[in-house]
Design a protein around this ligand. Structure first.
Ligand SMILES: Cc1cc2nc3c(=O)[nH]c(=O)nc-3n(C[C@H](O)[C@H](O)[C@H](O)COP(=O)(O)O)c2cc1C
Length: 165
């Protein structure tokens, strides 16, 4: 699938808003991911307010791009580790689906790791008023880009074992 190979982390964005229906389309793509025992242990916070994006851009070292982003989707999970022990894998699949849908829609995106950086997620929780018993899994930074990045080649034959190690 061409979109998989086109996807790159985009951290520079142009001044162009993302339509609300496009943001909902991205979340819908996220929800289409597979989920262990079909528990779907995730929820989303869509952020578009400039002030909030600016605050989020100051929560850690590697999220400065939120200062220029036009939206962010924060993936959160109710931390019920017994009922949903695969919540991180589930949220990871959700995040990748969002990135691929964004690529297909020509919207630049970048995965910002949150969990398990408690110092960072505590700040995000405070800004977005997320209840204490939720985990913040990742933030997806979003914006249109002027220049698409070249696809990169991530194929390493030495990582593949056939039949046994
Ligand atoms: C779990 C995870 C956490 C990441 N966290 C960050 C982050 O905090 N800030 C950032 O700029 N990029 C982050 N990235 C993006 C990676 O840096 C990026 O995927 C990698 O450098 C490869 O580049 P590419 O996405 O353009 O192929 C993260 C990616 C993953 C999968």
């Amino acid at each position: 699938m061409e979109t998989i190979y086109k996807r790159r982390s985009i951290r520079r964005y142009i001044e162009k808003e993302i339509a609300k229906e496009d943001l909902l389309k991205l979340v819908k793509a996220g929800m289409q991911a597979p989920s262990a025992h079909n528990q779907k242990p995730y929820e989303f916070i869509i952020v578009t307010k400039r002030k909030t994006l600016d605050k989020l851009s100051e929560t850690g070292l590697y999220c400065h791009m939120l200062k220029y982003a036009h939206a962010a989707i924060v993936i959160i999970s109710e931390a019920n580790k017994e009922k949903t022990p695969y919540w991180q894998a589930d949220c990871g699949a959700v995040a990748e689906n969002i990135l691929l849908e964004a690529t297909d829609m020509k919207i630049g995106s970048c995965w910002i790791g949150e969990y398990p950086n408690k110092e960072k997620t505590d700040k995000v929780k405070e800004i977005l008023q997320i209840p204490k018993d939720y985990e913040v899994f990742a933030t997806i930074s979003l914006g249109y880009t002027e220049q698409e990045k070249e696809p990169n080649n991530n194929y390493y034959e030495e990582k593949i074992h056939i039949e046994k190690f």
